[in-house]
Design a protein around this ligand. Structure first.
Ligand SMILES: Cc1cc2nc3c(=O)[nH]c(=O)nc-3n(C[C@H](O)[C@H](O)[C@H](O)COP(=O)(O)OP(=O)(O)OC[C@H]3O[C@@H](n4cnc5c(N)ncnc54)[C@H](O)[C@@H]3O)c2cc1C
Length: 486
């Protein structure tokens, strides 16, 4: 079978895209220039929405088996707790943040891919492409120096922050570098008095120090180092910062990764150019505050995969579906950039009087349960919504369903069977007759909970497309006709 999609880059985003496409039966190839997966812990946090979406391919349970569930993040000043965000109340089957090294996340995704017959072609470097409007011809180089031309319908650049594909597209990576240097250290920490499922971020007048759990006693320590120029760091530097900004009495040791880094806040305007897509760090990079980078990239891949599957199988309107990928995910990345930038700047505030006001206000605000709830929803990415999407169909209020473009909670998992819309309807038998022309787009297993009166059509990625009353067949057929391009 000819390859429909070439994926360049087998980080978490490329692996997720390959896993989803293969799950949907789309022939694809995935290459990576590096000989092996990363052995670095890099992104540690996997949030609830990502777990919900990875649950459909069976990856979530394997991740949970390896990771650690955290229920509370505390913002502290010395020994005093300023605020706490609690994830227990999240309306999700995964009401926690999972801490797991990125190396393990990639292992799980790659094993799932292999179980479905997929394989990462390693040591294969993407060089360039030609998009002639009908196909994309990519040049790749094999380890023995052999060049291969790969002709596909579509090309996905999941090739990281320095994306060669983005460069070839000439897309500006708009944004800035955050002034100052940051420190990252994966170390053993003793003396940290925290419950097993809590982790702290300390705010101090000289800056932040945060402790993200990796394994029992082991933490990723992140701190800002102000205007200090980048230099080689030692364990003593970490200890000095921890002594100065932490609660006192902590000892760091056994460092396995210590590096200075700078933060970039950038994104491309469009995630699509012709037959080429960008996803993950290739399309957007932001501050690590909030741990949203990898999660956002994985959700790019999930958003793109079902749309590509419908188009490749000739079940969907290419322009409507594929343009919606860029519209939805670019707007989401803009929001993530804003939120993570704001979190970083609030934490790094330098003015001492301002810090006192900040600590007071944050303490009061996060004491309010609805603020806590909003913060947890935003961090966990359960609040991700596509209000401006061209894929949003008609809305009928008052039926108890979320709005079009919003996440469908409850009623089980959506999209686990393939690239099909799911229907929640009071009368499944009538729905099957009325929608018979569109049953290639709808999962035949129509849900009919007893307490539901209207109908709700849910996208393969679990976002609502249409809500209508129990006889709103025209709303559904008009929407499905538009999606199918009929
Ligand atoms: C030090 C560090 C700490 C981080 N900490 C966090 C964190 O705490 N939380 C968080 O959310 N995020 C964090 N991140 C960011 C997170 O790691 C990224 O968001 C995530 O890796 C993005 O995944 P990706 O698949 O888009 O890109 P990548 O993981 O960068 O993968 C891109 C892949 O493309 C391959 N590639 C590149 N060029 C080519 C080519 N020409 N041909 C073939 N293959 C190619 C590369 O080898 C690589 O495997 C951190 C990143 C770093 C570097």
């Amino acid at each position: 079978m000819p390859t429909s999609v070439l994926i360049s880059g087998a980080g978490p985003v490329g692996l997720t895209l390959a896993l989803e496409l293969i799950r949907f039966g789309v022939p694809c190839r995935i290459i990576d220039k590096s000989p092996s997966r990363t052995d670095k812990s890099k992104a540690l946090a996997v949030w609830s929405r990502t777990l919900e979406l990875l649950d459909r391919s069976g990856a979530a349970p394997a991740l949970i088996e390896t990771g650690r569930k955290m229920h509370v993040v505390k913002i502290m000043s010395g020994k005093k707790t300023i605020a706490r965000v609690n994830f227990d109340g999240l309306a999700s089957p995964f009401p926690f943040v999972l801490m797991i090294p990125q190396s393990e996340t990639e292992r799980v995704l790659e094993e799932k891919l292999e179980a479905l017959g997929g394989k990462v072609e390693r040591n294969v470097e993407f060089v360039d492409f030609v998009d002639d409007g009908k196909t994309v011809t990519s040049t790749v180089v094999h380890p023995d120096g052999r060049k291969e031309l790969i002709v596909t319908d579509w090309l996905a650049g999941c090739d990281g922050a320095h994306s060669p594909i983005r460069h070839q597209l000439g897309m500006p990576f708009e944004g800035d570098t955050v002034p100052g240097t940051f420190l990252l250290a994966d170390v053993h920490v003793s003396g940290l008095d925290m419950a097993e499922d809590e982790f702290p971020i300390f705010w101090h007048r000289s800056g932040i120090v945060a402790f993200f759990p990796i394994a029992t006693g082991r933490y990723r320590v992140i701190a800002d180092m102000g205007a200090e120029p980048q230099r080689d760091l030692t364990l003593d530097d970490v200890q000095t910062i921890v002594d100065q900004r932490g609660p006192g009495g902590l000892v760091v040791s056994d460092c396995v990764w210590l590096a200075p880094f700078t933060i970039n806040e950038r994104k491309v305007k469009d995630f699509r150019a012709g037959r080429v897509f960008l996803a993950g760090d290739a399309a957007h990079i932001h501050s690590p505050a909030g741990g949203q980078g990898m999660n956002t990239g994985i959700q790019d891949a999930i958003n793109l995969a079902w749309k590509l599957a419908l188009v490749i199988e000739d079940r969907g309107d290419p322009e409507l579906l594929l343009n919606s990928y860029s519209i939805e995910r670019s707007a989401n990345a803009t929001q993530v950039l804003k939120d993570s930038g704001r979190m970083l700047r609030v934490g790094m505030m330098q003015n001492v009087a301002g810090q006192a006001v900040r600590d007071f206000l944050i303490g009061k605000l996060f004491g309010l349960s609805f603020v806590n709830h909003i913060a947890a929803d935003r961090l966990s990415e359960l609040a991700v919504a596509y209000d401006e999407s061209p894929l949003n169909g008609p809305e009928m209020k008052g039926l108890g369903f979320p709005r079009p473009g919003h996440r469908m909670a409850g009623f089980g998992t959506f999209g686990s069977k393939g690239a099909h819309f799911s229907l929640v309807a009071a009368d499944p038998a009538e729905a099957a007759v009325r929608l018979k022309d569109y049953m290639n787009l709808i999962d035949g297993d129509i849900r009919s909970p007893s307490d539901v009166d209207g109908m709700c059509l849910v996208r393969p990625d679990g976002y609502v497309a249409v809500t209508t009353h129990r006889d709103g067949w025209e709303d559904l057929t008009a929407f499905l006709g538009r999606v199918s391009g009929a």
